[in-house]
Design a protein around this ligand. Structure first.
Ligand code: NAI
Ligand code: MG
Length: 488
């Protein structure tokens, strides 16, 4: 691909800039392990420059009518539409996924942008009644200030859209810390935003590593709201640091999501969705299916069906492939170690469990799609998120046990049930302890106009995107107006 940048700087106040120390790191191509580009290795000083410019730019942006802000965001979206395949090519190259998958993800980001651009014409507060005569009560939404946005690499353009659009439509300025594994996607987004006429300083991008570039953003006294998508371990640290100064905090963290297959399910459809949710995007979704809970009565039948379909999956970056590479070698090695440990503890590897080492795959970071059975629900592999194409199979004797197992986990992000029974479907979505519940489809696939988020270790109760994200990025103000009718 010719448009891939060889050196990716920061965007500080709408200028491309190297870091203060002119430090760079190498970003490798997950599909073949080769050098892809250099990206700016930012540190505290770079973050401070970005935050200072954001703070300076924010009041004028806040004073720009929300409808006008929306029109600028709309221009960004239009430009993204025009350049959809260019963006997708960058996403595909730096994540090691197929162009088809990258195009889908870019389409999702565009939808998200459209939703928030139009939100400029709404941004509703509430008008309501007052207990007193001649008194009028309402709420209005106001910007918070500077938003610090930190994202994961798994679906980079969607992750950018989910945070930047709602932060900006609410009248905040934003400093976005790109994931170190996907610098180019964020870079091209910032370029598009500049070309679309977003005022200087309203969006800055800092590239770099979590502790060097992310932590100073989280700790910065002038960053009023932190929105983070990433692992629970990092989320826990961010939660503590930002809470110290009472910053607004939104945390979208990990999952260990169950998909329940009842004895009355359409097994073909259930298998299709297990494969998509467990393995597409190489399983690198917070909402991916990692625990498949199967009724005893159909366990062997469904297991064999799944195993047979899993063995036929194609791994690679072509459009007819089902999954691509995982994001980096460290991540691949962690997964392999976890699978090996489970095997030593008595687990049965039904398919996969290995790195692909044939000529086509050996230089990239490819994990064979993996199904594992005979693990205990409280084994390490059952409780910790692997963030890759690995799913565990569990047996449940009936609905109540399946529900209990679905909930018996430290996480609470998404869940799905496959059944033809309305009774089981409703009981499941009512009782499952997650932020998302799905009937007869996958655990992933949340829509951008809907609120997404998790319970327990999957988040802190915030919801993004949807109109609910407006609550993350704006302050509500109560307004009471008292009049004297004698003076009319
Ligand atoms: P990670 O937590 O290691 O990194 C995520 C981001 O945080 C990166 O930009 C990283 O540089 C930054 N970071 C790391 N340490 C930091 C620190 N001390 N201070 C500030 N920033 C720091 O996550 P990883 O492993 O790269 O991504 C996978 C995780 O993200 C999984 O747990 C996955 O479930 C979660 N995720 C959650 C989503 C959700 O919406 N709930 C969506 C996508 C991913
Ligand atoms: Mg990590």
């Amino acid at each position: 691909m010719n448009s891939f940048p060889v050196k990716i700087p920061n965007w500080i106040g709408a200028q491309e800039q190297p870091t203060e120390r002119d430090e760079w790191f190498d970003k490798l191509n997950p599909a073949n392990g080769k050098f892809l580009c250099k990206a700016a290795r930012s540190r505290q000083a770079d973050v401070e420059r970005a935050v200072a410019l954001a703070k300076k730019a924010q009041p004028a942006w806040a004073d720009t009518p929300a409808v006008q802000r929306g029109l600028i965001l709309h221009k960004i979206v239009t430009e993204m539409q025009k350049r959809q395949s260019e963006i997708a090519a960058i996403v595909a190259a730096e994540t090691g996924k197929s162009m088809k998958e990258a195009l889908g993800e870019t389409g999702g980001a565009i939808q998200c942008g459209l939703f928030y651009a139009s939100e400029g014409q709404r941004l509703y507060g509430r008008t309501t009644t007052s207990g007193a005569a001649n008194k009028y009560a309402m709420t209005i939404r106001q910007p918070i200030g500077v938003a610090g946005l930190i994202i994961a690499a798994n679906t980079p353009i969607a992750n950018v859209a989910w945070k930047v659009f709602p932060a900006l439509i609410c009248g905040n300025a934003a400093v976005l810390k790109a994931a170190e594994d996907t610098p180019a996607t964020v870079w091209i987004f910032a370029q598009i935003a500049k070309e679309a006429g977003l005022p200087d300083g309203v969006l800055s991008v800092v590239q770099g590593f979590g502790e060097e570039a992310g932590a100073p953003l989280v700790a910065h006294a002038d960053v009023d709201v932190i929105s983070f998508t990433g692992s629970t371990d990092v989320g826990r640290v961010i939660n503590r640091v930002a809470a110290e100064r009472f910053a607004r905090i939104s945390l979208e963290l990990g999952g260990k999501n169950p998909l329940v297959v009842c004895d009355d399910a359409d097994l073909e459809n259930a298998a299709k969705w297990v494969l998509l949710s467990a393995f597409s995007n190489a399983g690198q979704r917070c909402a991916s299916t990692s625990r498949v809970i199967i009724f005893e009565a159909i366990y062997e039948k469904f297991r064999d069906l799944l195993a047979e379909k899993t063995q036929r999956l194609k791994v690679g970056t072509a459009d007819d492939c089902d999954l691509g590479a995982v994001i980096n070698e460290g991540q691949l090695l962690n997964m392999l170690a976890a699978v090996e440990k489970a095997e030593q503890n008595g687990a049965t590897i039904l398919c996969g469990g290995k790195r692909l080492t044939d000529a086509e795959h050996k230089d990239g970071y490819y994990m064979a799609p993996t199904l594992i059975e005979n693990v205990n629900p409280h084994d390490e592999i059952s409780e910790c998120e692997l963030f890759g194409p690995v799913a565990l199979l569990f047996k449940a004797k009936d609905f109540e046990q399946a529900l209990q197992m679905a909930n018996d986990t430290p996480y609470g992000l998404t869940a799905s049930i496959h059944t033809r029974s309305i009774h089981r479907a409703v009981r499941f979505y009512d009782k499952v302890q997650t932020g998302v519940a799905v009937v007869n489809a996958g655990t992933h696939g949340s829509e951008p106009h809907m609120p997404f988020g998790g319970r327990k270790l999957s988040g802190n109760g915030s919801r993004e995107p949807g109109t609910e994200a407006l609550d993350v990025y704006s302050e509500l103000k109560d307004v009471y107006v008292n009049i004297d009718p004698m003076q009319v």
